[in-house]
Design a protein around this ligand. Structure first.
Ligand code: MN
Length: 504
């Protein structure tokens, strides 16, 4: 029996996250950003085609900074509440490995672009929790070493694909404020939503756009009230939220178990995750910063951020999802679910606001967005790529508000489908109304016509009328149905109103 017993413990997890930025070209050269700019469903280019002399480190080739990558990093820093450094520089991080032919990675060591921010997430009990951001710096990604040939052919050597090398990579580092595996995964998911909202990264986990490295240690209290702190271990390169959560949970258990069994608090080290075995495995004892021989890159100018540039980027960040969600709920009166779903997707939120600006009530606009979302899912297209403008949906909204067409998702989709069929991608006034007319979707709002239809039904169907008069409320529904059937395109709400009035 072990003499050491963990009575209670506190978990401390800090995250390092590498986010590939979705710029058109790579970090220090004009060749296509094949990895970071890739969208789901796209075919990746042939290996070693998104390369040039700079990526392959030909002698004498110099790097040129990608301004947009710097801007994307600053925008992310601003959204994370960071202080943006007015002066930052580039450093060489030396390492000898075939995935980066220069034998060093260009990174930022002691003067990162973004410092000391904070990001709010929901903790497990739903209350908001602030996670401090230590820093975020910009660097370049490495290539990929492959140990089997494309197509799954076994080889007894390794090959390299440099398409990923030189991709702009933003490394975000949090303070160790995360305290449960679930919280770690939640942070990852919220960060993914943020970078997608900002449009700085595609944020596709399966494409390796975001890789997570939790740094984990545990403060263990034993049966005598004494506290033992395990050494920090880092799990490398996790690229799914589920794995991130499971690997963190495993590593917490492993550290506690190791201490209980042996009294060993471990050493600062790096672990990998074996998904088949569902366990972490030791990779190496951690290198210290001096092992990398950091020194300033003499080929690159420092980055200086002016007031004007910073103001411009603040404008590009605009209103963040949390603020949007609150405004949609508080000022526009949407329920929490609708507000959250519209606020999480920038283009959907912008589209929705475009409809509201045309005078359509927010709740109606939110329902119209549901029809549009279904259409985009059916076509596997983004909302903004379907070919329908906010003006079109506002026209549909006006027809519904005036009672001309039924307030149903099916009718909305029929009109929009027909609109796409016309190939008119620019909203022309009356186009939508004309289409609704042609499709026979326009309802009669002419009260004289409705009254005539009601009179005809009442004259030939005395039974439901008597039932209603003797107090049978359900007869009203039957009568409405009969009137609706007697002539096409009646507005159900109007029919009911007129019937009630007639029957007193
Ligand atoms: Mn890094």
């Amino acid at each position: 029996m072990s003499e050491r017993k963990c009575v209670s413990y506190k978990v401390l997890v800090g995250l390092e996250i590498h986010v590939q930025l979705a710029t058109k070209t790579k970090m220090f050269t004009g060749v296509a950003n094949a990895s970071g700019a890739m969208k789901p469903g796209e075919t990746p280019p042939e290996p070693n085609t998104a390369v040039d002399e700079q990526i392959m480190a030909f002698p004498g080739v110099l790097p040129v900074m990608n301004k947009r990558a710097v801007e994307y990093s600053i925008m992310t820093g601003l959204a994370l509440g960071c202080e943006i450094a007015r002066f930052s520089k580039w450093d060489r991080k030396s390492y000898y490995y075939p995935d980066l032919p220069k034998n060093y990675q260009i990174s930022q060591y002691d003067l990162p672009l973004c410092n000391q921010g904070s990001f709010e997430i929901a903790s497990e009990d739903g209350t908001p929790k602030t996670i401090r951001i230590r820093r975020a710096h910009l660097e370049e990604d490495a290539g990929k070493l492959l140990h089997e040939a494309p197509g799954g052919y076994a080889i007894d050597f390794s090959i390299v694909d440099l398409n990923r090398a030189g991709t702009p990579l933003l490394e975000i580092v949090t303070e160790p404020d995360l305290t449960t595996p679930k919280e770690v995964a939640t942070f990852g998911q919220e960060l993914q939503k943020l970078v997608q909202f900002l449009g700085v990264s595609e944020g596709q986990m399966q494409l390796g756009h975001m890789r997570f490295e939790p740094n984990i240690n545990v403060h263990i209290t034993d049966q005598n009230g004494e506290v033992f702190k395990t050494a920090i271990t880092e799990i490398k390169n996790l690229n799914s939220f589920s794995v991130l959560e499971r690997a963190t949970a495993y590593e917490i258990r492993r550290q506690i178990h190791q201490w209980e069994q042996t009294g060993n608090l471990g050493r600062k080290s790096t672990y990998g995750w074996d998904d088949a075995k569902e366990e972490t495995f030791l990779q190496r004892e951690k290198e210290e910063a001096h092992d990398y021989r950091y020194f300033p890159d003499p080929d690159l100018m420092p980055v200086e951020v002016s007031d004007a540039w910073l103001m411009e980027l603040k404008g590009q960040v605009g209103e963040l999802p949390a603020a949007r969600r609150k405004r949609y709920a508080d000022s526009l009166g949407l329920n929490a679910t609708d507000a959250a779903s519209l606020a999480a997707d920038k283009s959907a939120g912008d589209f929705f606001e475009g409809i509201v600006e045309k005078g359509i009530p927010a709740k109606r606009a939110s329902v119209l967005m549901e029809a549009l979302r279904e259409m985009s899912n059916e076509r596997a297209l983004r909302i903004v790529d379907i070919g329908i403008a906010p003006d079109h949906l506002a026209e549909v909204g006006k027809l519904i508000e005036s009672g001309k067409i039924a307030a149903s998702k099916e009718v909305t989709k029929k009109v929009l489908d027909a609109l796409l069929g016309t190939g008119k991608t620019v909203a022309a006034p009356n186009t939508v109304a004309e289409l609704a007319q042609t499709l026979g979707l326009v309802q009669t709002t002419d009260t004289a016509a409705i009254d005539a239809a009601i009179d005809a039904v009442l004259a030939t169907n005395p039974k439901p009328l008597e039932d209603y008069k003797s107090g049978k409320q359900s007869a009203m529904g039957a009568l409405v149905g009969m009137v609706m059937k007697s002539a096409r395109g009646m507005n159900a709400k109007l029919v009911q109103e007129r019937l009630k009035e007639k029957l007193g």
